[in-house]
Design a protein around this ligand. Structure first.
Ligand SMILES: *[C@@H]1O[C@H](CO)[C@@H](O)[C@H](O)[C@H]1NC(C)=O
Ligand SMILES: *[C@@H]1O[C@H](CO)[C@@H](O)[C@H](O)[C@H]1NC(C)=O
Ligand SMILES: *[C@@H]1O[C@H](CO)[C@@H](O)[C@H](O)[C@H]1NC(C)=O
Length: 573
């Protein structure tokens, strides 16, 4: 660098030197000349710029006497001459950028003076640029806030780098760190290059909230120097994500009869956006059945579902709730889910017994197995709480039979009935479910056994002996026979009649029986001397269908009012 500059400086200098000397002398002014040198900036103190004495044709030996010196105002401090050698040398470090603005040639005018005779020479020193500055940015970091939905191709102007060096030593190029989203475009300005960041692939805040890039500016020096600018990109949120529930369908089981206000589930939807774009409000869907609003309560901020009314399995055992989660972005976005709430049965209903038919009277001659009642048993609960055990009181001649149809039972006779022994029964039917604790219910069937004519009239005594004194008054009642019947009503309504069977006499001609009472009257007055004894039968018949009857044999003995009756008895026996 220094070498090149020096060589170039000298070659160019000679041509000018000759030209200037000719020009100046021809005007006829005092003898002076102009010489031009080149020296790079930043060279060491004492570095020789050129031998002025030789170039001006001055005799070196006389320089001291002629007080050879530099007389150039402020620039005087930069250079000095050596009176022993005639060299112009650098007195202190030169900074080109301090002396000159811009990238044009940096020229220092020096006046060299010798006396005896007085001569003034003009010397020009051109300070050549050295690449002693790196490109630099006005700030260390540049920050951009970019909405995630910004379209690709959008441009963001970056700071330009400055480099006070001249020409190729100033900023020549920019490079961006490799990345997925941005590329660099360089616009040529009036006197510099302007770097522009171009979005080439859309941003997604939910994937990455910020990007750190850096751009490096290079100058054209050899080797080049560089400067760096960090670029920080904050991705701003757009409402581009709807709230999302962790599941599409939630299956929840809840016991019936839980207390009001019980929290049964807490929904949780999430929204990866930011701020109000991720603030969620929960609401019931519009398609919900009306009664679901009355039964369940949804907290719009927490997503908690509570019961606000009694849940009754028997009324409804499943509810389907559509729930929406809406964010507060503009416009808002929405996510939906379905919550299926199954109501679990608890044993809160005892079995119910319904007597669908019953015969309140049962004939006593019914055969075992005769159906006397049909009943159905139901339980509103489910599972084991439905399952029913049915019983009937054990001390009755009845039992339960299952039927062809589920839950329908029949009560049938178990053994022979006898109204005369027991005419009424209370049958207690109890149903118990298998829940914990078990619940039960019972029903009573009252059965009356109705009479069948299965008993004959029955006389107290048979045979019946009767003693009657002779000379009785004709037409008077002499005695009565009586029979009873265990049956009832018609089956026990008895009528009496006399039959002459087993009798030698025509008793019907002198005896009469009251058919209703069994009272027997003698139609004539008896005479012991002509009739001592006679016998007959009285038949008692009930009014059943068919009627039943029985008879009694009556022995009548006429007593002599003067004789002893025992004689007659002995004779008879
Ligand atoms: C740019 O960031 C990197 C990494 O954070 C850091 O090392 C470097 O010094 C930064 N550059 C500037 C110019 O601040
Ligand atoms: C919702 O779920 C997310 C992710 O599982 C969790 O980070 C957050 O704390 C939950 N919010 C609530 C209110 O439960
Ligand atoms: C009276 O009863 C006996 C024994 O039951 C029977 O054999 C007889 O035929 C009956 N007499 C009449 C008249 O019914």
């Amino acid at each position: 660098m220094k070498m090149l500059s020096h060589t170039y400086g000298r070659g160019w200098k000679r041509g000018v030197l000759l030209l200037r000397i000719c020009l100046l002398f021809s005007i006829g002014k005092p003898a002076f000349a102009q010489i031009r040198y080149g020296v790079p900036e930043e060279v060491r103190e004492g570095t020789t710029v050129g031998n002025v004495a030789k170039d001006l044709g001055l005799e070196v030996a006389l320089l001291s006497d002629r007080r050879f010196r530099v007389v150039s105002g402020s620039n005087q401090a930069l250079f000095e001459v050596n009176r022993d050698t005639g060299d112009l040398f650098v007195r202190q470090k030169i900074d080109r950028e301090e002396l000159c603005q811009g990238s044009g040639a940096c020229i220092i005018d020096l006046k060299i003076l010798v006396e005896n005779p007085l001569e003034m020479h003009y010397v020009i020193v051109e300070i050549a640029d050295v690449n002693d500055h790196s490109p630099s940015f006005p700030e260390k970091e540049q920050e951009f806030e970019i909405f995630e939905q910004t379209s690709t191709g959008s441009r963001f102007q970056l700071h330009s780098a400055r480099d006070p060096d001249a020409g190729s030593n100033s900023v020549r190029n920019y490079m961006l760190t490799p990345n997925d989203h941005f590329e660099l475009d360089i616009r040529q300005g009036d006197d510099d290059k302007i770097p522009i960041l171009v979005l080439k692939k859309a941003l997604d805040r939910e994937k990455r909230v910020s990007h750190s890039l850096s751009i490096t500016a290079f100058d054209g020096g050899k080797p080049p120097r560089s400067g760096e600018l960090n670029i920080s990109i904050i991705v701003l949120d757009s409402n581009d994500n709807p709230p999302k529930f962790s599941q599409e369908i939630y299956e929840i089981e809840v016991q019936e009869n839980i207390p009001f206000g019980t929290l049964i589930y807490k929904l949780n939807a999430t929204d990866p956006d930011e701020g109000i774009n991720s603030e969620i409000e929960y609401t019931f869907g519009k398609t919900l059945k009306k009664n679901a609003y009355e039964i369940f309560e949804l907290d719009k901020t927490t997503g908690e579902i509570k019961v606000k009314r009694v849940l009754n399995y028997e009324e409804n055992n499943v509810y389907k709730l559509d729930i929406e989660a809406t964010d507060k972005g503009t416009p808002p976005l929405k996510g939906v889910c379905r919550v299926n709430i199954k109501i679990k049965d608890i044993n809160d209903n005892p079995p119910e017994i319904e007597i669908t038919s019953v015969s309140d009277t049962v004939p006593e001659d019914s055969k075992p197995g005769t159906v006397i009642s049909l009943l159905s048993v139901t339980d509103k609960d489910s599972g084991l709480n439905g399952k029913i055990i049915l019983r009937v009181t054990s001390d009755v001649p009845f039992e339960l039979k299952t039927s062809y149809k589920e839950n329908v039972y029949s009560v049938v006779t178990k053994s022979v009935l006898d109204r005369e022994q027991k005419s009424e029964y209370q049958i207690v039917i109890s149903a118990t479910d298998c829940g914990v604790p078990p619940l039960s219910n019972s029903k009573v069937i009252n059965i009356r056994i109705c009479d069948v004519n299965d008993n004959s009239p029955d006389f107290f005594q048979n045979p019946f002996f009767f003693y009657l004194s002779e000379n009785n008054v004709a037409g008077m009642s002499i005695f009565s026979v009586s029979a009873t019947d265990k049956d009832e009503n018609k089956n026990a309504a008895i009528s009496y009649r006399i039959v002459k069977e087993g009798s030698k006499k025509d008793v019907l001609s002198f005896l009469h029986v009251n058919t209703d009472t069994g009272e027997i009257s003698a139609l004539k007055s008896f005479d012991f001397e002509s009739l001592k004894t006679f016998q007959f039968q009285v038949v008692a018949t009930d009014s059943g269908t068919p009627p039943l009857s029985s008879n009694v044999t009556v022995y009548v003995f006429i007593l002599d009012q003067n004789d002893n009756a025992p004689v007659i008895l002995e004779e008879l026996c």
